[in-house]
Design a protein around this ligand. Structure first.
Ligand SMILES: COc1ccc2nc(C(=O)O)sc2c1
Length: 238
């Protein structure tokens, strides 16, 4: 899978993707990330990317021309790609959408705004407008990294054999169970006995109960379409 990121801060993307699962996936050739500086697609000597908003108001707006020039440059190879604008006005990004992107797109262009936003006319050249959540960010780069990270983890082979329980539980529609590692007793804070028992059936049940308990407490909105067994466990918790 290939990601092409349009941004005025390429170093934000380039720094993050070198590490962890993403770094391994890049080294394995499972994923390719190319970052483009929008300033390289300007036509003035100052590489200007923003201007004052028509109609007045605070802040600056990113001009359409660098976005248009960059998108046309990418499209010149006539290869199919999904163009995604990261924006507070976008549809909510979820694990389900990450799965859809992974299954449907061989290449994605992630378009990152800054300042007060971007010229509305850029949206005529994109396929999707996506937001990672209901909070104010300074730009689209963090959102682009969230999408890259979550989509790459879903690519077969990306995680190697350390498939994450987080992956599994979130895909099943609830939060993860608690994790512990050495030491067994840290200043009197002990690891739950069941995790030391070696009884895998008991451990699995404990983990499921804890995951449902966490989800009931912090994200009850995720508790839909539970299996009869999970529903039974949940009822015991209520
Ligand atoms: C100005 O550029 C921005 C500003 C906020 C913002 N918030 C996003 C989100 O995904 O929620 S993308 C994004 C881009």
């Amino acid at each position: 899978m290939k990601f092409e990121v349009l941004t005025i801060f390429p170093e934000i993307i380039e720094c993050y993707i070198k590490h962890g699962v993403l770094g391994k996936a890049l080294n394995k050739g499972i994923v390719e990330v190319k970052v483009y500086n929008l300033r390289d697609f300007t036509s003035d000597k100052h590489k200007k990317v923003d201007d004052y908003p028509y109609g007045g108001g605070a802040g600056m707006v990113m001009q359409i021309e660098p976005f248009y020039n960059a998108i046309m440059h990418l499209k010149a190879d006539e290869k199919p790609r999904k163009l995604v604008l990261l924006s507070p006005q976008g549809r909510k990004f979820t694990q389900k959408l990450a799965q859809k992107f992974m299954e449907e797109s061989k290449a994605m262009v992630l378009i990152c705004g800054r300042y007060e936003g971007i010229d509305e006319r850029v949206k005529a050249f994109v396929d999707e407008e996506v937001s990672i959540g209901d909070y104010v960010l300074s730009g689209g780069e963090l959102a682009a990294l969230v999408i890259i990270d979550s989509v790459v983890r879903l690519i077969p082979g990306a995680l190697g054999d350390e498939l994450s329980a987080v992956e599994d539980s979130f895909m099943k529609g609830f939060l993860d169970y608690p994790h512990y590692t050495r030491p067994e007793d840290f200043k009197g804070m002990k690891v739950p006995e069941v995790l030391l028992s070696g009884d895998h059936k008991k451990i699995a049940l404990w983990r499921k109960r804890q995951a449902l308990k966490n989800t009931l407490k912090n994200r009850p909105d995720l508790l839909k379409n539970l299996s009869p067994e999970d529903m039974r466990i949940l009822k015991e918790l209520c």
